[in-house]
Design a protein around this ligand. Structure first.
Ligand code: MUC
Ligand code: MG
Length: 370
């Protein structure tokens, strides 16, 4: 039986300002959900987002209040083993709140896989790989700093693909910035861009032509999430891969994007999809539609990152790798043993459940007190 559900907020400074077209992040607020059972098991989930309400429509504070006031009463004293039934109940009685639902589902799956003594990936269809490739996002806002940062990551053998956050400056400045980095890092390094919806279709057409000529590998969400017909026109027009991100807020969106040929690649995000099961449905829709996969992030800490990795490890096709570097952007982590990033990849834990060594003392000391 579920005996307690707690939502914990922790504000952690980033290692440097992280500049997106929608927000500059100097701190990240981890939104952690802890579910306890009457027989003493504890499961963790995460509902972290980016930039308060600047990126998504749930804030850390709204997740906490909605879990407390509306979601917990539907779950307390229920059998935690009935994950599908409980999530179905939430989907029927709670509109939206995909991040909150994802955190709850993750914590329930954590408990159930611990009880079975298997890694969470085994409850998600089964692990097909023991690590996932991880890129790094260059978003310092300065070309020379970004090149130095990339060079350091290459030397450390931590990342050999880079995503550049653009859309804040003029098209000319952005294209110059991206192509200077591509030139400095050379042909063997994959460079992608994420525009976070900042361009009009006309701007996108001009910029993508130049980025494609310059050898850029992937263009992420260039247009507004609502403009799928525009995304379809770009996908048709250019050979460089066009990726859908903010437009994918669950399986129905994935289906519509696939039907409209509005992307070559899906960025699958567990929270944006409304949970691990729905994120898996996105991947199935992609597979059946000939769309490639990329494992996305909301720059979560260790819990959301490893929950995502547990799912992405069940994907046979993961052509564009993942961006599960969230914990590396933070100055502190909540584990007693750090995650294993090496050889341009994140190693999947082999332990039961999420497989993380969570430091509850740190969480108790750092949690927001209000
Ligand atoms: C996004 O839009 O993909 C992922 C990496 C990063 O730097 O920002 C995010 C969100
Ligand atoms: Mg994105």
């Amino acid at each position: 039986m579920i005996s307690a559900i707690e939502t914990i907020l922790i504000d952690i400074p980033t290692i440097r300002p992280h500049k997106l077209s929608v927000a500059t992040m100097n701190t990240q607020t981890l939104v952690l959900v802890k579910i306890s059972t009457e027989d003493g098991l504890v499961g963790w989930g995460e509902a972290t987002t980016i930039g308060g309400l600047k990126y998504g429509d749930e804030s850390p504070e709204s997740v906490r209040v909605n879990i407390q006031q509306h979601i917990s009463p539907l779950l307390l004293q229920q059998d935690e083993k009935r994950v599908g039934g409980l999530m179905n109940r939430l989907r029927k009685q709670i509109r939206g709140n995909r991040f909150a639902k994802c955190a709850i589902e993750t914590a329930l799956l954590d408990i159930n896989s611990q009880r079975l003594g298997v890694p969470m990936s085994e409850l998600l269809g089964g692990r097909l790989r023991d690590s996932v490739p991880v890129l790094w996002t260059l978003a310092s806002g300065d070309t020379a700093n970004d090149i130095a940062e990339a060079q350091m990551m290459l030397d450390l053998r931590r990342h050999n693909s880079f995503k550049l956050k653009i859309g804040l400056n003029s098209i000319q400045e952005d294209v110059r910035h991206v192509l200077a980095i591509k030139k400095a890092l050379g042909d063997d390094v994959s460079i992608r861009v994420d525009v976070n919806q900042a361009w009009s279709e006309l701007q996108a057409t001009t910029a993508i032509a130049q980025l494609q000529d310059g050898g850029i590998d992937l263009i992420e969400q260039p247009l507004k999430a609502e403009n799928r017909r525009g995304m379809a026109r770009l996908t048709e027009r250019f050979s460089v891969a066009i990726m859908a991100d903010e437009t994918l807020n669950g399986p129905q969106d994935a289906w519509d994007v696939a039907q409209q040929n509005a992307a070559d690649v899906f960025a699958v995000k567990i929270a944006q999809s409304g949970g691990l099961t729905q994120a898996k449905e996105l991947a199935t829709i992609a597979r059946l539609s000939g769309i490639s996969l990329y494992g996305g992030t909301m720059l979560e800490g260790a819990i959301g990152t490893i929950a995502s990795a547990q799912l992405f490890a069940t994907f046979e096709e993961l052509t564009f790798g993942t961006e599960l570097f969230g914990p590396l952007l933070l100055t502190q982590d909540i584990l007693t043993e750090p995650l294993k990033y090496h050889d341009f990849a994140l190693e999947l834990p082999t332990g039961k459940g999420l497989g993380l060594a969570i430091d509850t003392d740190k969480i108790a000391a750092w949690r927001r007190q209000d």
